[in-house]
Each structure stands twice: as C-alpha cells, then as structure tokens.
Write a protein of this length. Structure first.
Length: 178
C-alpha cells in the first residue's frame, strides 16, 4: 500500500511539473492562442541514454548509470526552425527530472522524410541531489539530430562535455501527419 501511494505521489509531481513547464512556455509565446493552432506538435516518448562511463561514484560507492529513462513530453513547432518542448523522465541517477526548453534546428526534406540537425537549450530539474550536485534547475545544451517520417521521428541527443559524456534517444509521434 505504501509503495503504491509513493508511486501515485511521484506521478502527480511529474504531471504538475510538466503542466507548469508547458504552460510557462506557452505564456511566453507572442499570440500564443493562435500559435498553438497553427503549428505542428508531437508526443515525445523519452526512452534511453548511453554514458561514456558505465559507473559513477556516489559517496564512495560505485553505482551503474540508469540507461533506461522512461518519460513523456511534448514539442510544438513554433517556427520552422524552432521547437518548444517540455516533459519529464527518470534520469541517469534514478531520480525524476522535468525539462523545458527549445530545439533550434535546420530541416532538410526529401518528400515526407526529414533530417534536422540542431541544438536543444533545456532547463532540467532532478540533478541537485545527485553526484552532479547541479542547481535545482540546471541549463543543459544538447546537440541533436532528428530524422524520420514527418509522422514518426527519432531524436538523438549528445552532451559531449561535463563530467561524463552521454547520448539520449527519444521517439516523436506527430498524429496530425499520419
């Protein structure tokens, strides 16, 4: 019983964080009520990460990085070169994280297929009580490339700096493009 209550509390906190992050970003958009109707959006399924090192030091104990990072998010194409995104996931230290930010990119098309290299500028929570000892909300730039069909894309991210280099994987589903 106690475990299921803890899971419900964690899910509730994730949802609150996601709603807060998304609403904050929408409020920053000029003419946001029109912009949300004009642009494309996607459901983002956060899934995995890979670390250059397999383990980290946690107060003298060697622990394995979490490389399964389930979570959900959403992206909104505000401009053809700028996506606004927010979501949550379980981070590499088995802590809950919430993120919000922007993906600046250049799209290259071949019919309905696209490749879009770019840079995500994100604010991320959940690393303050970890060996990273980051601020409660930390800025993280992520190099990335998104590729696939307009309706179903993969987003690969790379953070090639910091204590440990890592890569991320996210699936983007755009129902309006089916």
């Amino acid at each position: 019983m106690k475990g299921s209550m803890r899971m419900r509390d964690r899910a509730r906190e994730k949802c609150k964080g996601l709603v807060f992050a998304f609403c904050s970003l929408v409020c920053l958009l000029p003419g946001s009520s029109l912009a949300m109707q004009q642009g494309e959006w996607s459901l983002d399924i956060n899934g995995a990460s890979w670390h250059a090192e397999r383990r980290y030091n946690d107060d003298g104990t060697r622990r394995k990085y979490n490389q399964d990072n389930p979570g959900l998010g959403g992206s909104y194409a505000w401009r053809d070169w700028l996506d606004i995104k927010a979501g949550f996931f379980e981070n590499s230290y088995y802590e809950d994280s919430v993120y919000a930010g922007a993906y600046l990119h250049k799209d290259y098309y071949a019919g309905n297929w696209t490749v879009a290299p770019g840079l995500s500028l994100l604010l991320v929570s959940g690393y303050d009580d970890t060996p990273q000892d980051a601020p409660a909300i930390a800025p993280i730039p992520v190099l990335g490339v998104t590729f696939g069909h307009r309706a179903l894309k993969l987003n690969l991210g790379l953070v090639p700096f910091g204590d440990v280099e890592f890569a991320t994987l996210q699936l983007q589903i755009s129902p309006q493009n089916w």
